[in-house]
Design a protein. Structure first.
Length: 256
């Protein structure tokens, strides 16, 4: 899905608006652990990594999608930013960055990425990989959908996104199918037209395993993460399983 969507991803996301909301929260959490070296796992087209590099952090990014990494490198080059990117998925990060001079001070896993892991065993492998990348006391920051509310309310549709470049217009529609086995199919419809011409459409999909707060808390503790705090958004509002749109988790790798 993400190789397929890489060309339009930066049209889909309103990066100036998103970064204006998220960067103050992220930087506050980084400063709390005196972070300098940051790994952005599942970095997509690299825009968080690039923004943090501009704030004088030493940032590396990784993503399983080779085409997303190509876009991230192109974005960094276009912006004159020295951020480093590698093609690597969850479970491969510590090995991919084994040549680093020291562990990372912080690891970001944003954009509802962890639910792409389809079994509890896959989640455990990913969290162990995160821990292997971090120094003791290092920060883990996760941003997921609030699947407690999605499942309880059967929240199928997400808000549409629109983008225009000259006479070309895009509309992006996202919705879930709730499968009998508990897996969710995440569908993405891309509509495009030139001027007032006919709309063309492209549909792609991937599977997600809804990751509830309670399961994630248990998995983090089992992997050696403590000092866990849950927020409902990046303004710092505390998490409410019934009303929050997102589940934002900060945790620190315990030193014992």
């Amino acid at each position: 899905m993400y190789d397929d969507f890489s060309a339009d991803y930066d049209r889909f996301v309103d990066w100036p608006a998103r970064l204006a909301v998220e960067l103050p929260f992220i930087e506050r959490e980084l400063q709390a652990v005196n972070a300098r070296r940051v790994l952005d796992a599942a970095c997509g087209t690299g825009m968080h990594a690039i923004a943090l590099t501009r704030l004088r952090y030493a940032v590396a990014g990784a993503d399983l999608s080779a085409r997303m990494i190509e876009r991230a490198r192109a974005n960094a080059a276009a912006g004159g930013v020295d951020a480093h990117f590698k093609t690597a998925g969850f479970g491969q990060l510590a090995q991919a960055f084994d040549g680093s001079t020291s562990p990372f001070d912080a690891l970001l896993c944003l954009g509802n990425s962890l639910p792409h892991l389809l079994t509890p065993a896959d989640l455990a492998v990913a969290l162990r990989d995160f821990a292997a990348c971090l120094r003791p006391g290092g920060l883990l920051l996760i941003q997921d959908r609030n699947f407690d509310a999605v499942l309880a309310q059967r929240k199928r549709w997400m808000g549409p996104q629109a983008h225009r470049e000259g006479e070309t217009e895009w509309l992006f529609l996202r919705f879930y199918d709730f499968e009998p086995n508990g897996i969710v199919t995440f569908n993405l419809v891309t509509l495009r037209r030139e001027g007032t011409g006919a709309w063309t459409q492209h549909v792609t999909a991937t599977h997600l395993r809804p990751l509830r707060q309670a399961e994630l808390m248990v998995a983090l503790s089992a992997t050696g993460f403590g000092a866990v705090t849950c927020y409902g958004d990046m303004s710092g509002t505390l998490f409410d399983p019934e009303t929050s749109e997102n589940l934002i988790v900060t945790a620190k790798l315990e030193t014992g």
